[in-house]
Design a binder for this molecule. Structure first.
Ligand SMILES: O=P(O)(O)OC[C@H]1O[C@](O)(CO)[C@@H](O)[C@@H]1O
Length: 424
C-alpha cells in the first residue's frame, strides 16, 4: 500500500457534482498556504528532529522512573492533541505497560476538580508539565499557580526538577517565570499555532510519558506530509476530504458530525473539533463541528441525526483493524436470545452496527464521508492527525477565512477580565 492509499475517502448516501471543478482553486491555495503565518506545522514532520525527539524521550524516561503521575496543565491546543493520542493508544483500564498515568489540569476552572486533584496527588509521586504558548491563558495559569505552590510545599528545592515548561522560546509570562525559576523548558515553535501543535513538544512529551512511541507517531505524520504534498485532488485525499465537506457546506449542510465506533477515539473528536472550529468559524461562516461516539450516542443524539433538522452530514472515522477483540460468548441457556451473534466477535458486531447506521442514515438523508484507515495504531494515528491538519488548512482557505487566527476567543476573556477587576 502506498502512503497515498492509507486513507480511503468515500462519499456515501449522496452524490455531488464533479469535485474536479475545484482543482484550480485547490492548486492556488496549495501554493499560497506555506506563505501564510503559522504554517510551520506543514513541513515539521519532514524536518530533522532527532535531537529534540531524543531529549523528549530522555525526559519522558526520567518522569516515568521518578513519578506515578504526570499532571499536564494546558487548554485547547495545549492539551487536546496529547489527550487524543493518549486515549486512542493506551488501554481502557489502567495505563500502558511502558507509561505512567497522565492527567490534565488547567483545561477549565472547576474548584472541585483542582481540590480533588491535589488530594489525589498526595499519595503519588508527581511531575508537572505546564504548556502554554502565550504563557498567559487564565485557566492553565491559575492551575499552574496552584500546582507550583503544591509542588514546592511537597518537594522543596527539588520541585524545580519536577516542573517542565513548554512555551514560547522568547516571550510571555510563563517563559519569564521558567527562566527565573530554572525550570527545564521545551519550545513551541513560533510558526505553529496551538491547534496545529500536537506534533511539537506540546503533544510529544505527554504522549511519550503515557507510553506511546513518538518516533512511530512522527513517522506516520511524515508519510502523510509526503503523501499530501501535491495539489492533485485525484491523489491528495486530505484535499479531497476538504473539498467534499466544502461542497456539502455550499449545499446547505451547516454541521459536520465526526463519528467513530471506537470509544477510545472520542478525544480525537475533541481535538478535531478545536482544529476545525477555531480555524473555520469566522465571519459568520463555517461548518459547526460536532462529535459523536457510536453506538453510545445512537441512544442519545441518534434520534436527532436520523429524523431532526436536515442540516448535518457525518464523517465516520473507520479503522479496518483494531488491536484487541473478544468473541461473543456462547451460552447454552440462550435466555437472552443472543446465541445468533455468538459466532461473531464484539468488533464484528460493532462493524455491522456501523454498516447498519450508515444505511439508516441514508434513509434519513444524511450524507456520510467515510475515512477508512488500516489499523488503529501509533503510525496510522500520526498519519491521521496530519491528514486532518492539512485538510483543515485547505478547507478554511476554501471558505476564504484565515485558518490560523482565532480572534473570537478574545471576547469572553475580555468580559471575564473586566468582571474580575470590578470591585467585589
Ligand atoms: O497555549 P495557550 O497560549 O495557553 O493557548 C491555549 C489555547 O487558547 C487559544 O489561544 C484560544 O482558545 C487556542 O488557540 C489555544 O490552543
Amino acid at each position: 500500500m502506498s502512503a497515498n492509499e492509507i486513507i480511503q475517502t468515500k462519499l456515501l448516501n449522496c452524490t455531488l457534482d464533479e469535485i474536479g471543478q475545484y482543482q484550480e482553486r485547490v492548486t492556488r491555495i496549495h501554493h499560497d498556504l506555506p506563505q501564510q503565518d503559522f504554517t510551520g506545522w506543514l513541513d515539521l514532520p519532514l524536518r530533522e528532529q532527532d535531537e529534540l525527539v531524543t531529549s523528549l524521550e530522555n525526559i519522558a524516561q526520567e518522569v516515568k522512573a521518578c513519578a506515578d503521575v504526570l499532571v499536564v496543565i494546558g487548554i485547547g491546543g495545549s492539551f487536546l492533541g496529547a489527550h487524543a493520542v493518549q486515549e486512542a493508544l493506551t488501554p481502557y483500564f489502567g495505563k500502558a505497560a511502558n507509561g505512567i498515568e497522565v492527567i490534565y489540569a488547567g483545561q477549565h476552572m472547576s474548584g472541585a476538580y483542582v481540590k480533588q486533584l491535589l488530594a489525589y496527588l498526595d499519595s503519588k509521586q508527581v511531575y508537572v508539565n505546564v504548556i502554554s504558548k502565550s504563557g498567559g491563558t487564565m485557566e492553565p495559569a491559575l492551575a499552574f499557580r496552584t500546582l507550583r505552590l503544591y509542588m514546592e510545599e511537597r518537594y522543596g528545592n527539588k520541585a524545580t526538577e519536577r516542573i517542565i515548561v513548554t512555551t514560547d522560546g522568547e516571550k510571555g509570562i510563563l517563559k519569564g517565570l521558567a527562566d527565573q525559576a530554572g525550570y527545564r523548558q521545551f519550545v513551541i515553535p513560533d510558526d505553529v499555532g496551538g491547534r496545529f501543535s500536537v506534533l511539537t513538544p506540546v503533544g510529544l512529551l505527554p504522549i511519550a510519558v503515557a507510553g506511546v512511541d513518538i518516533r512511530t507517531l512522527l513517522a506516520g505524520a511524515k508519510d502523510a506530509a509526503i503523501a499530501f504534498s501535491e495539489a492533485d485532488l485525484a491523489s491528495n485525499v486530505a484535499y479531497r476530504y476538504a473539498v467534499l465537506r466544502h461542497m456539502l457546506y455550499e449545499k446547505g449542510y451547516t454541521m459536520e458530525i465526526l463519528a467513530s465506533f471506537e470509544p477510545s477515539l472520542s478525544k480525537l473528536g475533541a481535538w478535531w473539533q478545536q482544529l476545525f472550529g477555531e480555524s473555520e468559524g469566522k465571519d459568520h461562516k463555517g461548518l459547526y463541528p460536532a462529535t459523536v461516539n457510536f453506538s453510545t450516542d445512537l441512544h442519545s443524539i441518534g434520534q436527532f441525526i436520523q429524523e431532526g433538522s436536515r442540516v448535518m452530514f457525518e464523517t465516520v472515522v473507520h479503522f479496518n483493524e483494531l488491536t484487541d477483540d473478544l468473541a461473543v460468548p456462547f451460552d447454552a441457556r440462550d435466555e437472552d436470545g443472543l446465541n445468533y451473534v455468538s459466532n461473531r466477535t464484539f468488533n464484528e458486531v460493532n462493524a455491522i452496527c456501523e454498516e447498519g447506521t450508515i444505511l439508516a442514515h441514508a434513509e434519513g438523508e444524511v450524507p456520510v464521508i467515510q475515512l477508512a484507515l488500516p489499523t488503529l495504531d501509533t503510525y496510522h494515528l500520526g498519519y491521521l492527525l496530519y491528514f486532518f491538519m492539512k485538510a483543515c488548512g485547505m478547507s478554511a482557505s476554501l471558505l476564504e477565512v484565515n485558518p490560523f487566527n482565532q480572534p473570537g476567543v478574545e471576547a469572553y476573556k475580555k468580559k471575564m477580565q473586566a468582571l474580575l477587576k470590578e470591585d467585589k
